[in-house]
Design a protein around this ligand. Sequence first.
Ligand code: HEC
Length: 254
Amino acid sequence: MSRSLLCLLVLLSGLAALPLRAEDGALEPVHVTWPEQGPFGTYDRATLQRGFQVYKQVCATCHSMKLLAYRDLTQLGFSEAEVKALAAEVTVHDGPNDNGDMFDRPGRPSDAFVSPFPNDQAARAANRGALPPDLSLIVKARKGHEDYIYSILTGFGKTPPAGETIATGMNYDPYFPGHQIAMPPPLVDGSVTFADNAPNTTADEARDVVEFLAWASEPNLEMRHQTGLKVVLFLIVFAAVMYAVKRRVWSKLH
Ligand code: HEC
């Protein structure tokens, strides 16, 4: 009896250690202060717009964001006309029409973000077998959240320590589990010239795009924070009223 219990324990601890082993050696993400964090956090609209520009000009060549529609971009502070123009930049494969044919047309605000590849197989074929994940929920999906994605994007360009060989076509990034990532360094200093002429070092571009990805993962965060604040204020007032009532009721009984 006790032996089988021991076996079970050993098995369970082995299972628990598995995911840890896969991440072995990945550096702890660098810590950045993000404006959306904390109970009163909000997204910075100018940063979000720049982040979208980085996604559009750089990341969108490989990564889809299927859960976003162009009309969602009004939340970044773009006007309806600007969103219409942004949507019209892409070509949407639509159909069938009355003749049963598929056709291409300019995008509309109600369209979902167009993916760079028609399917996962095509995405892998273009990236040496590795699948660039959809970025819609990536900030929530990865442990370390914003800090982790920021660290991955800014972690390239270091020399691997002696004894660590990097397979051909792979890139060294000490923040990625296993240190070898199939993504080539997507950002370099000045790779995006921002519409508002904001600084564009690799770190600036990474911070902006991560803020945009954080918004995509949780567009309702500001509403949630506001509701939380209202609930707490209500509870404080309610507690004060209840305390006054209690004193009133009990004062007659003394
Ligand atoms: C040339 C294609 C390409 C571009 C451009 C590109 N990526 Fe990637 N990305 C990939 C591939 C391929 C992977 C999968 C890597 C792997 O599994 O080894 C990946 C993986 C990722 C991951 C997941 C890391 C993890 O923990 O699994 C994130 C986050 C990411 N990319 C963000 C970005 C961002 C943000 C940009 C734009 C600044 C970008 N990528 C631009 C190809 C690309």
